[in-house]
Design a protein around this ligand. Structure first.
Ligand code: ADP
Length: 285
């Protein structure tokens, strides 16, 4: 009995207690981390849903602003179709029908109806609900679709658009609808910035390849520019200097560009307008 071996508990009590405390502490912090992670994911989900709702609202507001321009875009080919179809009928009704002229008029009818169809397709795409759908994106096509939609709106204010596209841009993947939304917001802001400026009122929209192999789009205007004190805040939600502004356009642009792993920024050109640029990585970069 006198020489009974002391138990492990008696020898290592302190160490066992320390190890148990460490294990308990670790288990506690892991549980806490998992809980925090869940909470963050839930919060991110709510933010994403809210952003999605806002993007939809922004798109609908944009559609409202553009409705006159869109109606005109659709009406133009329809009016041309009616005119050319009438002309074809007249050529056919004549005592000696002029088949050649009738054929030419009908060719114009076909091409105008394709044009009307194309406009409707791009509108449908712009207001589609499944905006998250990703695929291969041709950024020059995105820009051209937007410029087609705003053409009349720009003409109304005597605003000239200069474009410069890089035709050899690398392939990239993204949501075409969301990127159209970004370009549309930037072009509409640029339009608002120049519409009351003295003539000449100019916008410049460019696409180019970045040094690291990605794609960069710039929308520049000759408006009043942005004051240095506003510049750090313009991408914040609800920041607006317009009496009826929502202040969501640029925040939405930033969230879309960042969801595409890109970057968006503004440069104010002192007294000579502003430039908004965003860059996106190409496939495999
Ligand atoms: P909103 O257009 O509703 O104000 P935005 O988020 O699109 O919301 O823009 C936020 C603010 O950024 C605008 O109110 C304006 O002050 C400034 N801004 C945006 N684009 C331009 C631009 N092209 N030129 C000058 N200021 C601009």
């Amino acid at each position: 009995m006198r020489f009974r071996e002391p138990s492990a508990w008696q020898i290592y009590r302190i160490q066992i207690l320390i190890v148990a405390a460490v294990i308990l502490l670790q288990a506690g912090s892991i549980t806490w981390l998992v809980y925090e992670q869940r909470r963050r994911l839930a919060a991110e989900l709510v933010t994403r849903e809210a952003m999605f709702e806002l993007t939809q609202m922004n798109r609908i507001a944009g559609a409202g602003e553009l409705s006159a321009s869109i109606a005109h875009e659709v009406n133009q080919p329809l009016a041309a179709i009616a005119l050319n179809a009438g002309a074809a009928l007249n050529w056919l009704k004549a005592k000696t029908p002029n088949l050649e002229e009738a054929r030419d008029a009908l060719i114009r009818v076909v091409s105008d109806s394709h044009r009307a169809g194309h406009i409707i397709t791009s509108l449908r795409a712009l207001f589609r609900k499944d905006t998250e759908q990703k695929g291969s994106v041709e950024i020059n096509k995105v820009i051209l679709t937007v410029l087609e939609l705003v053409r009349i709106e720009l003409e109304k204010y005597d605003i000239a658009v200069h474009t410069q596209f890089d035709d050899g841009l690398p392939p990239m993947t993204g949501s075409e609808v969301q990127l159209q939304q970004v370009v549309l917001n930037l072009v509409m802001n640029a339009k608002e910035a120049v519409q009351s400026a003295p003539l000449p009122r100019e916008l410049r929209v460019e696409s180019e390849r970045t040094a690291d192999g990605g794609v960069q789009v710039s929308v520049e205007d000759s408006g009043a520019g942005i004051s240095p004190s506003d510049l750090p805040r313009i991408f914040q939600p609800m920041f607006t200097t317009k009496p009826n502004g929502m202040g969501m356009g640029l925040a939405i642009c930033r969230s879309i560009v960042e969801a595409h792993d890109g970057r968006i920024w503004a440069e104010a050109r002192a007294g000579a307008g502003s430039a908004f640029r965003f860059s996106l990585p190409a496939d495999g970069t």
